[in-house]
Design a protein around this ligand. Structure first.
Ligand code: TRP
Length: 339
């Protein structure tokens, strides 16, 4: 086991989908064997966008926890915890906020993108961007450093947030003395998976997500609507698998059958309907063990709650110890004897 701590976070705003699975969870399931791992369910961060829907965030904390457990996150290996239950994260956020200028936050490409998306969505001028939302990179730096996170598996879109965290750490250590660990991002092998509609990204808001918990009917409907080679008109026309989203998904989950699929598609020996049906079958097989496990947790919500509660207690220990170091470095350790 590597001595470094791994930390990553997930916003509980909905059930997890295949994009999450291939983009991050699969990698986490592997990494939990290599690092002391902390997985934060980032409910405070989810509230920056959803402050007016607390019930949605609360409900999805458990949904996300079940999806993670079903996908192979093992509570004996990885500590899963709820962000809002660790007050040190909020405390660190306050101290770090002195080291970040407002213009630096506005220049953060991730934040900038998200603000632009909000402008498009709500047609506002950006004036309604809250202090909490603008400052979430600061809070994310607290998420990471409160657990001495050094290895941070994230998607590419998160790199600017990691860079900002590193800046905060360097500034903090420079002013108050060496206290915090500087984290490093690790990208997973599938950076992002495309949607069946051909969109570069799979996402809830894009309406193209295949959820880990989807029923066979939902999967059938989604796969049958997938984008295929537009030049293939008739069933036995030869086609180009490289422009077909069905083939793209076969590559993710059809293993040994892939060569035949590719050859038959190119020669015209395979119609799109049959090809989609094969994908539906393989996708359901792929999801079967995940869904069986998820079903177990759906039937035993008290076990999920217990895992979260114990994980949070475990995570609290390290946050307490980091906070003690931070207070000492910042000369805020007023009532400690012998200091
Ligand atoms: N911002 C991340 C996302 O939207 C989630 C997150 C919250 C996170 N806290 C974190 C990621 C800490 C890495 C480290 O995906």
């Amino acid at each position: 086991m590597n001595q470094k701590n791994l930390l990553t976070g997930i916003r509980p705003t909905g059930k997890l989908h295949l994009g999450h699975y291939f983009g991050s969870i699969k990698n986490l399931v592997k990494l939990q064997n290599e690092y002391q791992s902390y997985i934060e369910i980032a409910d405070v961060q989810a509230l920056t966008d959803n402050f007016d829907h607390p019930e949605k965030v609360r409900l999805n904390v458990r949904e996300v926890a079940m999806d993670l457990l079903a996908s192979g996150i093992d509570p004996k290996k990885a500590t899963m915890f709820i962000q809002s239950m660790i007050p040190e994260i909020a405390e660190l956020t306050v101290y770090y906020s002195n080291h970040v200028t407002v213009s630096r936050l506005h220049r953060n490409p991730t934040v900038k993108n998200e603000i632009n998306q909000k402008k498009e969505l709500f047609g506002n001028t950006g004036e309604s961007v809250t202090y909490g939302f603008l400052g979430y990179p600061v809070s994310q730096a607290a998420d990471i450093t409160a657990f001495r996170g050094e290895v941070v598996p994230v998607g590419e879109d998160q790199l600017p947030l990691l860079e900002q965290c590193r800046e905060i750490v360097r500034k903090f250590n420079h002013i108050y003395g060496d206290t915090l660990k500087e984290p490093e991002a690790v990208l997973s092998e599938h950076k992002r998976i495309k949607g069946l509609d051909g969109n570069e990204k799979m996402g809830k808001s894009l309406g193209n997500a295949i959820y880990l918990a989807d029923s066979p009917e939902e999967i059938t409907k989604k796969v049958m609507g997938a984008v295929t080679d537009p030049n293939k008109i008739k069933k036995d026309d030869p086609a180009n698998p490289e422009v077909c989203m069905v083939y793209y998904y076969h590559k993710l989950m059809s293993g040994k059958e892939l060569d035949t699929i590719c050859k038959e598609c190119k020669s015209g020996a395979r119609g799109c309907v049959a090809c989609k049906k094969q994908l539906i079958k393989n996708m359901m097989e792929f999801l079967k063990p995940i869904q069986e496990k998820r079903h177990y947790y759906e039937q035993h919500p008290e076990e999920v709650d217990k895992i979260l509660e114990e994980g949070t207690k475990e995570a609290q220990k390290i946050a307490t110890s980091v906070m003690k170091d931070v207070r000492k470095s910042m000369k805020l350790n007023y009532f400690e004897t012998g200091e």
